[in-house]
Design a protein around this ligand. Structure first.
Ligand code: ACM
Length: 265
């Protein structure tokens, strides 16, 4: 079954939510695909200095500007989207990603492993690693950025049946893109890492993001990687059913050969 999956890389401007939503809309305007993954905190930018700043950009996932825009795009283009945003709830603010489907259904993942100063602004995610149905019932597992360094994240999604890992990111360390080859290979899943580009500057603080958004197949082979700086959308056609085959040899299977009785938790 052909399924068109894509990554959208761009440079969000810090706390310019309206401008960032407009930019995403224009990048996605003429693109035809089944699933497109956008970066972590794509709506707000990343480098905050206070809780007030985070509160000012956080939004309700049920009726905020992000869900409103992506439900419109999902219907109009018959596409599922995964986009990172700051999720306002009555218990606090999460660094979340939203899957929005053409039938306007939404599913939320809240980042499990918070990176560095995110721990000051966001609550640690409580959703766990869930797999959701995207367009054509393709099974999509969500994780966000630094979740990559914990192999349990991708493994949990594979055990839950993910065919594609949708991975919004704001990467600043140099290792993730290479490591995702292994995450895909060891779990027999496709991965789509959508990283942002450019820098955020807030007062004295500056962060440079590494771009190089990429799509990797179930054998850990790179299908495409963007460069560090471009703002663009890349789409490729995959067969999600390839992820159902977890055999590595006739006598080895990625999931069935695990010896969980010998592993530590
Ligand atoms: C990160 O988790 N944004 C590095």
């Amino acid at each position: 079954m052909g399924f068109k999956v894509g990554v959208c890389q761009f440079k969000p401007e810090l706390m310019q939510t309206e401008k960032n939503l407009k930019k995403m809309e224009s990048l996605l305007e003429s693109v035809s695909a089944d699933l497109i993954v956008l970066p972590e905190l794509a709506v707000s930018g990343y480098l905050f200095n206070s809780e007030e700043e985070v509160k000012s950009i956080a939004e309700d996932p049920n009726n905020g500007p992000t869900v409103t825009l992506f439900q419109k795009l999902a219907k109009q283009h018959n596409t599922s989207y995964v986009v990172g945003f700051a999720e306002k709830t009555k218990n606090g603010i999460y660094n979340s990603a939203m899957l929005v489907n053409p039938d306007t259904s939404i599913h939320i993942y809240r980042k499990t492993h918070l990176f560095f100063e995110e721990k000051k602004w966001f609550k640690a995610g409580d959703t766990g690693f869930k797999v959701f149905k995207a367009k054509n019932n393709v099974k999509v597992g969500l994780m966000i950025c630094f979740d990559w360094i914990f192999p349990e994240s991708a493994r949990s999604l594979a055990l839950a049946g993910a065919q594609i890992i949708a991975h919004p990111a704001n990467l600043v360390l140099p290792w993730c893109q290479q490591a995702m080859f292994t995450r895909s290979l060891e779990n027999g899943v496709f991965s789509a890492t959508s990283n942002r580009t450019g820098k955020d500057k807030n007062g004295e603080k500056v962060l440079n993001f590494t771009g190089m958004s990429q799509i990797v197949d179930t054998k850990g082979q790179i299908i495409y990687r963007m460069n560090k700086f471009e703002e663009s959308v890349f789409i490729t056609e995959i067969d999600p059913l390839e992820s159902e085959n977890k055999d590595i040899t006739e006598l080895n299977n990625l999931l069935l050969d695990r010896r969980t009785e010998l592993y530590r938790s």
